[in-house]
Each structure stands twice: as structure tokens, then as C-alpha cells.
Design a protein around this ligand. Structure first.
Ligand code: EPZ
Length: 426
């Protein structure tokens, strides 16, 4: 297991390129199961998670190969409907194959994801969505075992039936799964309270490009008219808004001047507003966002919400910034009530953080001090690296395989911005 050695105290400056979005690439890769044939996905980030999804697709019989920056996926050779535990336990997003397998083959056997670094992350809404389409779903030996029960209609490939389903809470993954199953279900499906994260909007656009009929793309109400079959096509993954915002925080926390290029500023509204509230100066230049620090950040309260609100995936990174701000910040996570594993590690670097239920009170300190810390989950790890960039001395972040899940070439990109960062095998 590698570590990242971060020597703090340098102001970052320069331009960094954003990679394709992990949370868009994963459902897009699963969606290729819906249309047998050759799909081409461009700008898929090379991450541990996208490699895991490749292995899941290969376990299902698909053939995947990289040709330069493009991923070629041939799903005409699919032969299995089982996503095995040893893969799913390493990446919860593997559950995205449930809807496509059920829609195309009428059955699926997908391992339950198992534990996550923070709290239980249930899949009950994924299952309820499949049942709403007429599938029978059981849990057997740690697996979700689903089968479409309606007789296969001669005209329609799948034996799922259109439905009306209202999500009780907004769920990115469960919306994606239900949408991917509904596009091949006979009849009309109306989904209310659908997630509108840009990654789900891109998934809907890709399905339409494959021949699906979806009204309301980008809104919380999706109307899907099932079609008998879909055709393979190409798509370019949207830029990663969480990676982009993470580098903006790197600029702010080091009192630097950083431009994030090749991003989608329209997807960064809440993150840019949160940074401006701490005193950062932000300008949008085409497909780039330019952040200039105005000196030590000042405290600002923060609450996470579903898109377009402030993203929970940026909560840890902003807590690192708040740790050196002037004043006290209150950070509330309304999406995950226990996503604070980064707090005790930041405290070891001198941060003053008190967590009560899903609220963290952060009293900003003049300086943090480098220390050996341990990564626990993807965004918590990013927060520790960011704190290390601002801290005096050396911070050794261990177990950085967590970072490799969601940040493509993080060390290289930080070094290009002037950081003193070195990856070292443990
Ligand atoms: C997606 O996870 C992202 N992952 C997460 O990013 C992100 O934190 C999350 O959305 C929220 O934005 C991917 O896109 C691969 P949810 P997902 O279903 O789909 C509850 C990262 O760092 N819920 O929108 O799993 C759930 O517990 C990752 O890149 C149920 O109760 O999130 C949470 O409180 C971490 N039952 C809320 O809904 C369910 O069946 C939102 O979760 C599903 C979810």
C-alpha cells in the first residue's frame, strides 16, 4: 500500500486539466449492457473504480479494451448475469449493472455491496425501483436475485412493464438503475423525484442517443416510453466536477492562484459559491475556472444538499479549508449523517473540530502541523492531502489506494501546480 508524502507551505499556482467524471463513467459503462455491440466511451478516467467496472463487465462476458483515451466496450458477448461479491465489495457502484441486466436478460444476480467506510449505504431504493417495474427481487446469500416475472412479450425484448415510481428521497444510483431498466420496459414509466446530478443527466442523454425515449431529461420528473431494443453508440464523459472543485480548494488552502481547465463551470456553481464565501476570488473563463486567494480564508457555514446544492462529495475538502480559516465554520451533511472520518485525522494535524450528529463545528487555526495520517475513504483522503499542502512540515497520508479510486494522477497534477508531493511505496 503506497503513501503520499506532502510537504506543506507552498502556494500552488498554474493550470490543471480535469479528467472525465468517475460518477458519470460508471453508470455509462453499465448502460452499455443494454445494447449489444460496440460502444465507445471517451475521456473515461483511468481510476481504480473504472478498472473495477471493467472487471465487472468482463465477468458478465463483455469485452473491453482501451485504445488511447477511448474505452471500447463490446457487450454482444455477454453470457452471465452475475456480478460477483469479490468485485462488488470493492466498489458499491457495481450495483449499476442490476437494472441493465434485468432489462436485457430478464434476470440478475448482483452481490449486495457490503460495508462502506462511512455508515450503511443501503440499496433498498434500487430494489424498490426494480419491483415497481414488475420484477421479483429476493436477497439470497448476500446477493440481490432479481427476475422479471411478466411473460416475455413477443415484440419486447424485456419482460419488465412500465410503472409510476416516486423516490421517497433523492438517490443518484437508484435513479440511474431505474432509468436504465425502464428504457426497455414495455409501456410508460414515470419517475418522480429523480436525481438531477449532471452524471445522471448525462446517463439519460446517452440512453436517448442509443434510441431510448425519455422526456424531462435534467428534471426531477422523467417520462420513459419503453422501446424493444437499443443500439450501441459513442459518448464523451463529462468533466469531473468534484475533482475540479478539489483543485480549487487546493488553490484556496495554499493561498495560491489556480486555474482548473477543461471543466464544466455550470456544474460547479455551489462549490464556487462556497469558496467565494471564504474570500476566494473566482472568475469563469470559458471552460476554465480561475481561483485567486485573497489571503487566509475566513469561516463560512456550509450545508450539503442534492444537486444543484453544495455536494456532499466536497464536504471533507471544505472542512480542511475551514480548519485554517479565521473564525468558526459550521458544516452540516444532510446526505450522509456520518461522513466525518476525516475529522479525527485532521484533528491530529492540529485542527479544532467537534462533530455532533451530522454537524461539524470547526474553529479555524492559524497553522496546521504535518503528521502521519490515514486515509479512510475517497474524499476524506483528499481532505488530508489538502490539509497537508497547507500544514507546516511533512504529512504522510497512508492507504492512498482510496485516492486512486477517484483522482486520476493526483500527485502529478499537484506537482504541476508547484506542490511538494511524492508517492512512496509503504
Ligand atoms: C452517488 O452515490 C455517488 N457515487 C457518491 O459519490 C455521492 O456521495 C452520492 O451519490 C451522493 O451524491 C457514484 O455516483 C458512484 P445516493 P449513491 O443513492 O448513488 C440513501 C464519491 O465520493 N440511499 O444518491 O450511492 C443514501 O444512504 C461517491 O465519488 C438509500 O437510503 O448515493 C444517502 O443517504 C461517494 N437507499 C442518500 O440516499 C438506497 O437504495 C443519497 O445516496 C440508496 C441511497
Amino acid at each position: 500500500m503506497d503513501s503520499l508524502i506532502v510537504r506543506g507551505g507552498r502556494s500552488l499556482s498554474g493550470t490543471v486539466e480535469v479528467s472525465g467524471a468517475k460518477n458519470a463513467a460508471l453508470p455509462l459503462m453499465a448502460a452499455t449492457l443494454l445494447a449489444p455491440g460496440q460502444h465507445v466511451l471517451r475521456r473515461v478516467p483511468r481510476l481504480a473504480d473504472t478498472h473495477t467496472m471493467v472487471r465487472v463487465l468482463e465477468a458478465l462476458g463483455a469485452r473491453v479494451r482501451w485504445e488511447g483515451p477511448a474505452m471500447h466496450i463490446d457487450t454482444s458477448t455477454c453470457s452471465s448475469v452475475e456480478a460477483p461479491y469479490e468485485l462488488v465489495k470493492t466498489m458499491r457502484a457495481s450495483v449499476y449493472v442490476l437494472g441493465p441486466l434485468l432489462a436485457r436478460f430478464g434476470r440478475a444476480r448482483v452481490s449486495l455491496p457490503g460495508g462502506c467506510a462511512w455508515g450503511p449505504r443501503p440499496v433498498d431504493l434500487h430494489i424498490k425501483g426494480m419491483e415497481a417495474l414488475g420484477a421479483r427481487v429476493d436477497i439470497d446469500e448476500g446477493y440481490i436475485v432479481a427476475s422479471a416475472t411478466k411473460p416475455r412479450d413477443s415484440e419486447f425484448g424485456s419482460s419488465l412493464r412500465g410503472t409510476r415510481y416516486t423516490f421517497p428521497i433523492s438517490s443518484v444510483g437508484a435513479t440511474g438503475n431505474l432509468l436504465m431498466a425502464a428504457v426497455l420496459a414495455k409501456g410508460l414509466t414515470v419517475i418522480e423525484n429523480a436525481a438531477i446530478e449532471p452524471e445522471i443527466t448525462q446517463l439519460a442523454q446517452y440512453l436517448v442517443a442509443m434510441g431510448a425515449i425519455i422526456e424531462g431529461v435534467g428534471t426531477t420528473r422523467l417520462e420513459v416510453e419503453g422501446v424493444p431494443e437499443l443500439s450501441p453508440t459513442e459518448v464523451e464523459v463529462i468533466p469531473d466536477r468534484i475533482e475540479a472543485a478539489t483543485y480549487l480548494v487546493a488553490g484556496a488552502i495554499t493561498l495560491g492562484d489556480v486555474t482548473v481547465a477543461n471543466c464544466r463551470p455550470a456544474h460547479l456553481g455551489a462549490s464556487m459559491a462556497a469558496l467565494e464565501a471564504t474570500g476566494a476570488r473566482i472568475t469563469i473563463e470559458g471552460m476554465s475556472v480561475h481561483l485567486q486567494s485573497s489571503g487566509r480564508p475566513h469561516a463560512a457555514d456550509l450545508t450539503t444538499h442534492v444537486y444543484p446544492g453544495f455536494p456532499t462529495d466536497m464536504q471533507a475538502q471544505m472542512m480542511a479549508l475551514a480548519s485554517i480559516a479565521t473564525g468558526t465554520s459550521t458544516i452540516t451533511d444532510t446526505i450522509y449523517h456520518d461522513r466525518f472520518n476525516h475529522a479525527p485525522e485532521l484533528t491530529r494535524m492540529g485542527a479544532d473540530i467537534r462533530v455532533e450528529a451530522n454537524v461539524a463545528i470547526v474553529h479555524g487555526r492559524d497553522r496546521l502541523k504535518g503528521a502521519p495520517v490515514m486515509a479512510t475513504d475517497l474524499r476524506a483522503s483528499a481532505a488530508l492531502v489538502l490539509a497537508g499542502l497547507a500544514a507546516d512540515g511533512e504529512t504522510r497520508v497512508s492507504r492512498i489506494y482510496h485516492l486512486d479510486r477517484g483522482y486520476e494522477r493526483l500527485a502529478d497534477k499537484l506537482v504541476m501546480l508547484g506542490a511538494d508531493v511524492e508517492r512512496r511505496p509503504e
